[in-house]
Design a protein around this ligand. Structure first.
Ligand SMILES: O=C(O)[C@H](O)COP(=O)(O)O
Length: 408
């Protein structure tokens, strides 16, 4: 038996008034997902435990079968592992976004124009992070360049700085009320403010502005944590697992769980990603010996954060036609296989950030189709089956169990 998880980050949403109550999932033309839902077990799963903030870190740990209440130690340390950044037990890792702030006399009065600095390229970002490291790193702080706007700060012998707000939570808002002025966070706030002076006239940004692109004129620090300890996936589930993703967060979880991690050329974390390449990488992992592969697609989440309604629908349609279709075709080489499809959390267009609502899932087995009343794979139809998985980390056990899939 082979197992494939297709994790459509942020895909769930709320009914959109301008669309007559449709959600991106019901508006999208996704015949492959709908066909699997018609023959599979469909329900809702609570991926974000009460008391934890909704994010892909917590939610994907759940879906991978790791209870976040037991294993979650912060977002950035997971990303740091994927970036090859060594963390000692006394190090704190923080996510370091490159963001676009509006011009303002005082840093506190600036507006968060863009949490992703116009989707800055990794190459441009590396030059900016190099300048930041040169001016502010090398002592107890070290900056490490990652992918696009996503980077890492290591605070050696650091402390917990307290509440730090993700920049994608405050798009379009004045940043002042969201800055942490505590003594513990003081060195971080000081570096954020100083970064504006380092970056605002940087040649990379001067060129971006001249090209009509948004400048990456500040770092924004959040997602702090310490080195995680995950039991190997194979020890937990008796299966060799693999991960396909464009983003360090998911690859980092894979590395921490001792899973195989693929690198896909052209995987971008946005709607211009290499959908077909991710499908091929997943099939290659299965052919090379993985029993289970976890394929993560970031695009619907990014479209949600950016309020790009039509692009979010397109992202779902491209997952269905350019990733799921070739994946299912390749899986036909196996006598039997199971597929699980779900988002990790909603990223509603109306809020442009994450929500903790339970999300729809489908479980399908080639040789054991389930008679289902479901017509479309959607938030509403998943709620109507009354199949509810209260503890998200239980879903993986249901998926890989030798027992038949639940009848709904
Ligand atoms: O900063 C990022 O990578 C994303 O905007 C955060 O969203 P995610 O938690 O859904 O990946």
């Amino acid at each position: 038996m082979k197992y494939v998880v297709v994790l459509c980050d942020g895909m769930a949403d709320y009914p959109v008034d301008q669309w007559g109550g449709q959600t991106p999932m019901t508006r999208a033309n996704k015949p492959n997902m709908d066909s699997l839902a018609q023959q599979g077990a469909v329900g809702l799963v609570k991926t974000v435990p009460d008391g934890l903030a909704p994010g892909s870190d917590v939610a994907n740990l759940s879906v991978m079968g790791y209870d976040p209440l037991k294993y979650y130690t912060g977002r950035s340390p997971l990303e740091a592992v994927s970036m090859g950044v060594e963390l000692s037990p006394s190090d704190w890792a923080l996510r370091c976004n490159l963001v676009t702030l509006s011009d303002a006399d005082r840093y506190e009065d600036a507006v968060m124009r863009d949490y992703c600095a116009g989707d800055i390229s990794s190459q441009e970002a590396a030059e900016l992070i190099e300048s930041i490291q040169k001016e502010m790193g090398g002592g107890i702080f070290d900056f490490h360049a990652g992918i696009s706007y996503r980077h890492c700060l290591v605070w050696h012998e650091g402390i917990d700085p307290g509440k730090l707000t993700p920049p994608h939570d405050i798009s379009g808002q004045v940043v002042g009320p969201y800055l942490n002025h505590s003594p513990e966070s003081a060195p971080l706030l000081s570096m954020m403010k100083r970064s504006y002076e380092i970056l605002k006239d940087h040649p990379v940004n001067q060129k971006r502005v001249a090209e009509g692109k948004r400048p990456a004129n500040s770092i924004w620090l959040w997602g702090q944590g310490k080195k995680p300890q995950l039991p190997p996936f194979e020890d937990e589930f008796g299966l060799v697992g693999g991960v396909v993703s464009a983003v360090d967060l998911i690859k980092g979880i894979g590395y921490c769980a001792k899973m195989w991690v693929a690198d896909v050329k052209g995987a971008t974390g946005y709607i211009d990603t290499n959908f077909e390449g991710k499908a091929k990488a997943a099939l290659d992992l299965l052919d090379d010996g993985c029993d289970l592969v976890y394929v993560h697609i970031e695009a619907p989440d990014e479209c949600g954060h950016r309020g790009e309604a039509d692009n979010k629908v397109r992202a779902i349609e491209m997952i269905d036609s350019r990733l799921l279709a070739p994946l299912l075709k390749g899986l036909e080489d196996y006598t039997n296989y199971r597929v699980m499809i779900l988002p990790d959390h909603p990223t509603p267009l109306c809020t442009r950030t994450h929500a903790s609502d339970p999300v729809p899932f489908l479980l399908y087995e080639k040789q054991a189709p389930v008679s289902s009343s479901v017509v479309q794979f959607s938030e509403q139809e998943a709620a109507e089956t009354n199949l509810m998985v209260e503890h998200g980390s239980d879903l993986m056990r249901m998926f890989v169990s030798p027992d038949p899939l639940p009848q709904v």
